[in-house]
Every structure is written in C-alpha cells, then in structure tokens.
Ligand binder design. Sequence first.
Ligand SMILES: [Mn+2]
Length: 312
Amino acid sequence: MTFFTDLHLRMTRPISRLDDDFLANLLAKVDVVREMANDSDAVILGGDIFDRPDVPHGVVVQAVRAFGKFDVPIYTVIGNHDVFGYQGATVESSAMGVLLESGVVRRLDSVNIKGVNLYGLHAYDKTLWSVPEDNKETASILVAHKLLTNISSPGLRAHLLSDVAAETNADAILSGDIHSPHHEELDGVLFANPGSMARLSIVDRNRQPQAAEITVDDSGVISCEFIPIATRPAESLFDLKGYSSRIASEERARTFSKTYAQAIISVKGEAHKIAALLAEFLDKNNVDGALAEVVKAYYDRAEGEQLGEMKD
Ligand SMILES: [Mn+2]
C-alpha cells in the first residue's frame, strides 16, 4: 500500500512561496505517487487533501481529474482542513464531499485490503486508538488524522507516540495532521507519518516531501519505507529573502521591547510614570494614531515581559 498525507490543495500560493504554479506542483507530486503506486493494492491518504473545505471549484475539478487517473483504489480519512469547524456533518458541503461523491476517492472507515484490516480515524472523531477486536489474527492498521508526535512539548495538544503505543491494539498507526515526519516502532506498534506532501511554510523549506510504501508480509508483519518525492531546490520555491527581512524586523521589535522592559524594571513599581511619559511624548511629537497604537503595543508587551521576568 502507498500512503501519503496533507496535500493541502489550494489555488493560490502560500505567502512563503515563490512558485505561481503551486497547485500544479502539488498535482505533479500526485502524479509521481500514481506511478509509484502501480504495483500497490491501494493508496491511502491521511487527510487534509484540501487546504480549505471551500477551495475554488477549479481545485476540486483538478483533484477529481488527478485522482481519477489512478488504477488502484484510493481511500482517505478526513482532515480538519477538509471540513468546516471540525464538524463531520459538513463533509458533504465541502470540497472533500464532492471528491468522495465523484467516486475516485473513497472515505476510509473500515476496509479489508488483501487480508489487512484498515480503519479510519477522522479529524472530528472522538480520539480512540482501539480497533475492533474481531479478525485480530489479521494485521490491523489505523489511519488517523490526529496530532501524533514523538516530540514531547508542554502546551502542545498532541498525543505522544509512547502513550498511544500503550493504549492501542492496532499493529500500525499511519497518521497525518502534523506536518513533520516520524517513523518508529514502539511496544510492537509501527508508527509512520511521512510528513505533509505540501510544504506551506518557510520552516518546511529543507524538508523532503515523501510518500510511504507499506508492506505486510505473510505472517502479518507490517513494514514501512519512506520514498522521497523529487522537488525543485528550496531557493526557487521559498521566499527566503522575504523571510529574512521578516525575521530582522521581528528581531528589532524584540530588542525594542526588551529595552523598554529594562527601562520599566529600572523604575520598579513606577511603570505608570513611563506610561505617562510615553503618552506625553506621543502627544507632543504629533505621532499619528496608527504609530501611537504600535508604540503602545510595544509598551504593553514590554510590561508583559517585565511581569514575566519578575516571576522568574
Ligand atoms: Mn494538515
């Protein structure tokens, strides 16, 4: 089986990108996967086929055309970007609904492919990692559009692979949603996410788009290999100059608010005096309203940083 995820088809290019043929580039990757998948029993998608549930009709037409060329059945779970507001009931009124209705892509709920049971866990489903126990003698794969990660990060509403491994009775979990890849085996469970096929953000610039080739041997052992999908060099696809100037201006803003925070700290307990001075300064210098708002925002931020430092 061939698995890939998070295609994020859209008409316009993301702000971080330079290629005006962004959609064509994505669809070219689908073509590469199609040739790869000639010997596969099925193509499995991890969701977020569309970047929005209401992409322009032209995007849907091109998606139907691209997936319609496959000779093998295609199954997908539904991603959060494929529906409105995490509501499963909105699939039918979304681009995904049209794609499913066209019949070229089928929705993955549960299917047996050459003796392997596959189950879909959609973005809007209650997060349950268990699969039905019947037919447990055959291999079972759960395909999930859920935040699954091997990187522990406080505050991130994600599921750690090690926690899920302890909970699930599936033999493998293929996932989309998180755009960076993982591939590991924990407690006898194979986890694989080849990463998003679309590289929407500048942080993706050095990440290789890839698909996964999933094989199940006669004794039901599942293995996975990531296959890179060729792309043009990052310099021709990503707006690296625009990115460095954005970084530079953020750096200036940080320095400015840091300096401000230090000034406030130096007059401990008298921050209101600085606020008054600032207001007076803005007034005397005829600073226009918009700029005054910006300066005030810096002031608030500086005050926030002061409170943060006081906590430490
Ligand atoms: Mn996504």
